[in-house]
Ligand binder design. Structure first.
Ligand code: ADP
Ligand code: MG
Length: 605
């Protein structure tokens, strides 16, 4: 047969395996990997394909002229996309709340009193409690002097300051009071209203105003009124300082945004569900309609917009009409995302509920024959489109030492999670589900409020550490690592991602634990859910328990946590699972490409 190249075009990467085939002997010489160029299954793929092939040829020291055949996989015509909608928002109808994390508030503890402008203080003559409001026109020296001059005469219990002067004022006053500073929209703070102020010590978070009963105690609220302050308390959780002002009409509401419904069209029936019912109800509704034919969102709503956008993007990519794009699977996940509080005074953020979805569409015609022709003309080598992706992946996975039939695989890529199962007599069943590595990164980005996808991708792939001195870091598990040379000053006292290219510092995070938690939860929400969903569908009995061995392959199986999370979850179904090691050398990569060259020799499975 000679030298054969097997090439797998994925959504994210294009992988190559080169083999020398003599009779029935297949010896694999090398592998190559490169980013997929363009959308999988389109003619732009040729560039990525060529560089993947070139890399493999080079490492085997083989010239392109020596190739007798190239096999590309019959790529599954599925393309994934992800989108997100928030379903709640927090609105302040009157200025009643300031909860934020100025770098350096002043003083400590809680104080209550009526708000008054510092310029009015000389006119006051009673024994009520007061909280002074200090606009930026009044400097810290003057403010401190006015407070000191009046502190024996009046009960001044706290201060709300527009500039970043909390510490400066605190250092100059005789009776210590809590001071919240950096309140940008100070003129919106209502004057003459009863208010409560709280500042926590360095490294701590407020305890009273983040607790509905704490607010109720300070403002003497009854149980009905206490119900209304729950969103306030919730929005203040985790802050170092906060102010709550009670105004007659003032209200903070958490309201749900009418997000619209989604309609699932199945082969048995159709069913609708409101997006704001959350992920579980969405998924349960989808299960009820039988084999999914399409999904539509209510037009004129966020849900409608979300699906319309997916359809348009997909149609541009695949050059099909939007009406011909059909959603064939959907994964919905509940998530929380930080959003600015509407009507807030100091850029307050509140964690709002949101639903993230990954969808997968059937792309009618992949232009694989076209790619094969182009490539064949360009390279002057026979190019054959052959081998169903899932079949090839299983053949490749079986080269993992210690595996045998019957076997199931989970191919965890960027856009889709695929599963296939092979019975002892070699019969293969497979499925493609929406939601994989890209969705994990999207959820991490949303939950942590990150500006870009790339940072989320790094957080997904690598562990974290905290740089505690110029010469040492503390890892996630609490262990300490020392260095001979000083670390980059940019990383000092920061939470950093430990990437292959060194430490990448993250701004806006003081502690690594919340990031770690979000990272692991997002991985679980996507991959554990999809592993169970996928294996249930390919199991001959539709029960995961009836599968014995599962091998995980694909880029996301390289992750330092995902295979463990999945193994752990599947062990509850008595399933043995683990990360694949293709040919004993490639780890979970190259399964499909390896399967392609093996399939040339009949009976090699
Ligand atoms: P496809 O078959 O769709 O081309 P791959 O099998 O190449 O996809 O997998 C791509 C996915 O794997 C991406 O979501 C990427 O973030 C993820 N990935 C790649 N390397 C790693 C890694 N070292 N750790 C975690 N995830 C990874
Ligand atoms: Mg793949």
């Amino acid at each position: 047969m000679g030298i054969i190249a097997g090439i797998d075009i994925g959504n994210a990467t294009t992988e190559t395996a080169i083999a020398d085939i003599k009779g029935n002997d297949v010896s694999i010489l090398s592998s190559g990997i490169s980013m997929t160029t363009g959308v999988k299954g389109t003619s732009e793929n040729v560039h990525g394909l060529f560089s993947s092939l070139t890399e493999a040829l080079k490492s085997a020291n083989i010239d392109i002229k020596d190739l007798s055949e190239i096999r590309i996989n019959e790529a599954a015509p599925v393309i994934g996309d992800v989108a997100m909608e928030t379903i709640t928002e927090t609105i302040i109808t009157e200025s009643t709340m300031i909860g934020h994390n100025p770098e350096t508030p002043g003083g400590l503890g809680t104080g209550t009193g009526y708000t008054t402008l510092i310029s009015d203080i000389n006119n006051i003559n009673d024994d009520k409690e007061y909280v002074v409001v200090i606009p930026k026109e009044v400097g810290f020296e003057e403010a401190a002097k006015i407070i000191n001059d009046n502190s024996d005469r009046l009960k001044i219990q706290g201060a709300i300051v527009q500039s970043d002067d909390g510490v400066l004022i605190n250092n100059r006053i005789n009776k210590k009071i809590p001071i919240v500073d950096e309140v940008k929209l100070i003129d919106k703070v209502p004057i003459g209203m009863y208010s409560a102020i709280e500042v926590a010590d360095v490294g701590e978070v407020i305890q009273v105003l983040s607790n509905p009963y704490g607010i109720a105690t300070l403002f003497s609220l009854d149980s009905e009124e206490t119900k209304h302050v729950v969103p306030i308390a919730r929005a203040l959780i985790g802050n170092r300082s906060a102010v709550v002002v009670k105004t007659p009409e003032g209200d903070v509401k958490e309201r749900s945004i009418p997000a619209g419904f989604v309609q699932f069209i199945g082969d048995k029936k159709t069913a609708k569900v409101d997006i704001d019912r959350g992920a579980k109800e969405i998924m349960d509704t989808m299960e009820k309609v039988g084999k999914l034919q399409d999904v539509k969102g209510e037009s004129g709503t966020n849900a409608g917009g979300m699906f319309e956008k997916v359809r348009v993007v997909m149609s541009q990519l695949t050059k099909a009409q939007p009406k011909d794009i059909h959603v064939q699977d959907l994964l919905a996940v509940d998530t929380l995302t930080p959003m600015a509080v509407k009507g807030g005074l100091a850029n307050e953020f509140s964690k709002e509920s949101a639903v993230g979805v990954a969808v997968m569409v059937q792309a009618d015609k992949l232009q694989l024959e076209q790619i094969a022709n182009d490539l064949s003309n360009k390279l002057n080598v026979d190019v054959i489109v052959g081998g169903v992706e899932a079949d090839m992946a299983i053949r490749g996975a079986l080269t993992t030492p210690g595996t045998n039939k019957p076997i199931a695989i989970l191919d965890m890529g960027a856009g889709s999670t695929d599963a296939s199962i092979m019975t002892p007599d070699g019969k293969i069943t497979s499925i493609h589900l929406a939601g994989a590595g890209n969705m994990v990164s999207m959820l991490i980005q949303a939950e942590l409020g990150l500006d870009d996808f790339e940072t989320a991708e790094l957080i997904k792939k690598f562990p974290l550490c905290k740089v505690e001195s110029m010469f040492h870091v503390r890892h996630e598990d609490g262990t300490v690592e020392f260095f001979d040379k000083p670390l980059n000053p940019d990383t000092f006292a920061r939470v950093c991602i430990i990437t292959d290219d060194g430490l990448v510092p993250l701004e806006d995070f003081n502690s690594l634990e919340p990031i770690r938690q979000v990272r692991r939860q997002c991985k679980e929400k996507v991959f554990v859910t999809n592993a169970v969903r996928a294996l249930t569908r390919v199991s001959p009995t539709n029960n995961v328990r009836d599968i014995q061995f599962v091998v995980m392959v694909g880029g996301s199986a390289l992750d330092f946590e995902i295979p463990q999370l999945v193994t752990d979850a599947l062990s509850k179904y008595s399933v043995v699972s683990g990360r694949g090691n293709i040919r004993g050398t490639e780890g979970p990569r190259n399964a499909v490409a390896t399967g392609l060259v093996l399939s040339v020799v009949e009976g090699s499975v």
